[in-house]
Design a protein around this ligand. Structure first.
Ligand code: HEM
Length: 542
């Protein structure tokens, strides 16, 4: 009875949504949807994990590949984008002590990304739409394998997500630069320069340093926002191209080999796509590390100026590293492979290494620290990138790239460790940290579930990546189905680790639901009764 009571009303009375500001509600709307979409992506991942061990009649080839098409997009766009955007739309005005530019735009953003992800997912679920984009040329406008309706659902879904992304970017920069009613005129241009790290960079060469107008985490958020904004433009352009090709094919005009240069398209598409990896996974994550390290310790960041300059450098590096996607492409020029694919890519080890160092030193200098959930998950996130970045750099060498790029090594030891351990653990750290701020001090239901969440997630994430990596070194290709259990020595332990990840997710989900209560969860999506653009209620002391 008391369990049911907690489930409905939450722990110690749960979340009282009537006392929440619109901004708190909006941030939680993003985060809750993002958590649910992570669950969808994890379940899809487990479906593929099972097929990697043994064929399953219910998941035939076409279902398997449509799951593979939807799974990363739901994970990145439906989950990671949602959680990151929700957190940052709250954090930027919160840190700047300034109202958000537009609550309406913020609300439109979660609806567009949430709805767009669902429509995109339906393309696979209803129509088995499954062209795996990065392998495809000509453009995936293949009406002989996939129904036009599936493609339309997919393009419409992704477009809505990208429109939401553009609105998010606009709202963030407007919030930084605009002058709220009743305020003195704000120096918009100076704020902009400080936000994109330009002031930090020029300070490096000046004796008399210019004062920073925005905090370092806001600068990191802005830099990452520029990069995901650019990504949105490229992906939307690819969507328009797809539509042109599709309608051409539907009406009997085959544009496939005549209209767009294949190599040029692949370069532009890889450039845009890679901005997700760098903009989101590296710049946003680094910004979140800095934010969490300063919040957890209550101290300023170690080597502030270097950190700002390194972020600016990372932004420029992120625009120049796309060629490592095309290292095995015979048409790609050798100089691009070497300069962009190898040399510039190696700089990521420097910028990321610096970020790990700065975050760790900030934490170490503030000892003794209590090992809270947010600190544990932050350390897990740092470890994730310390493992995944070198695993990626090994592939940024021409010979190794040819051996590893299309194997389980790339997708396991590099991609999944970066995402599941590095990125997701950092996001969990932010969620554990922000939970009391967003809910006006609601207490976590169970510390035991939070501890189980941590251990199951970190062991599952590193373990799954490691076994996939070993399979890759042994020659197991990615995006392939092996029906005779050839790689089961690795795939069975990888499957067990996948189960740990799923258990971790359910431990977290149960903990969150029991903490805020079903009533509180539903209340988050009801209109806010408080009429304020402030982040937290006036009396809350944070
Ligand atoms: C949490 C549990 C997860 C499990 C068990 C899992 C499992 C898998 C499996 C089995 C594959 C297919 C590998 C192959 O044979 O090529 C895969 C692919 C992939 N996953 Fe996951 N995954 C998980 C979470 C995620 C998340 C959260 C993301 C993104 C945010 C993600 C991104 C990807 C990407 C980018 C691919 C490659 C898809 C392609 O080749 O087109 N995964 N995953």
């Amino acid at each position: 009875m008391s369990l049911i009571n907690t489930l409905v009303n939450g722990h110690q009375g749960g979340l009282k949504h009537e006392g929440m500001t619109p901004m708190q509600k909006i941030a939680l709307r993003f985060v809750v949807l993002g958590i649910l979409y992570y669950g969808v992506s994890a379940i899809e991942g487990m479906m593929m994990r099972v097929v990697a061990i043994t064929p399953v009649p219910l998941i035939d080839y076409s279902r398997f590949f449509s799951v593979m098409k939807a799974h990363p997009m739901v994970g990145f766009l439906g989950s990671t984008y949602m959680i990151v955007f929700g957190a940052f739309l709250f954090v930027v005005p919160f840190l700047m002590k300034k109202p958000i530019f537009s609550l309406k735009l913020a609300n439109a953003t979660w609806m567009l990304i949430g709805g767009g992800t669902f429509i995109m997912w339906l393309a696979g679920f209803l129509f088995s739409y499954a062209p795996l984009h990065t392998l495809y040329w000509p453009l995936p406008a293949d009406l002989s394998q996939f129904a036009i309706i599936g493609e339309l659902f997919y393009v419409v879904g992704v477009t809505l997500i990208m429109v939401g992304t553009v609105l998010y970017s606009y709202n963030i920069f407007k919030t930084i630069m605009y002058t709220p009613e009743g305020w003195d005129k704000q120096p918009s241009m100076e704020l902009f320069k400080s936000a994109i790290g330009f002031t930090g960079l020029t300070n490096f060469f000046k004796k008399k340093k210019t004062e920073h107008l925005v905090d370092l985490p806001v600068a990191a958020i802005s830099i990452g926002t520029i990069v995901v904004g650019l990504n949105a433009v490229v992906i939307m352009t690819a969507g328009v191209l797809l539509l042109i090709f599709l309608f051409g094919a539907a009406f009997g005009f085959n544009l496939e080999t005549t209209w767009v240069d294949a190599l040029l398209y692949k370069n532009i598409f890889s450039w845009g796509l890679d901005l997700i990896a760098d903009g989101l996974a590296l710049i946003f994550v680094v910004g979140t590390w800095y934010l969490l390290a300063t919040m957890i310790t209550g101290k300023t960041l170690f080597m502030q100026n270097v950190a700002r300059a390194a972020l600016f450098v990372e932004m420029v590096v992120s625009w120049a590293v796309w060629s490592y996607h095309l290292m095995s492409d015979q048409g790609q020029s050798d100089s691009l492979k070497v300069i962009s694919g190898e040399v510039v890519t190696a700089l990521e080890l420097v910028t990321l290494g610096l970020a790990v160092y700065i975050t760790l030193v900030t934490l170490v200098r503030a000892r003794p620290l209590k090992m809270t959930n947010e600190l544990k998950f932050l350390l897990g996130g740092l470890l994730g990138f310390m493992l995944a970045v070198p695993a990626g750099l090994i592939q940024a060498e021409l010979g190794m790239n040819q051996d590893l790029h299309n194997t389980q090594w790339f997708i396991g030891a590099h991609v999944h460790v970066a995402i599941i351990v590095g990125l997701t653990m950092t996001l969990y750290s932010a969620i554990y940290f922000l939970l009391p701020v967003l809910t006006n001090g609601v207490k976590l239901y169970s510390q035991k579930l939070a501890t189980a969440h941590f251990w199951l997630h970190i062991v599952g994430g590193i373990g799954m990546g490691a076994f996939m990596g070993m399979a890759g070194i042994d020659g197991m290709l990615r995006r392939s189905i092996y029906v005779d259990g050839e790689y089961n020595t690795y795939m069975i332990p990888a499957g067990i680790c996948g189960c740990l990840l799923l258990l971790a997710f359910f431990a977290f989900l149960i903990n969150v639901v029991m903490t805020v209560g079903v009533k509180g969860l539903i209340g988050i999506y009801s209109p806010a009764t408080m009429n304020t653009r402030e982040c937290v209620p006036a009396q809350q002391d944070v």
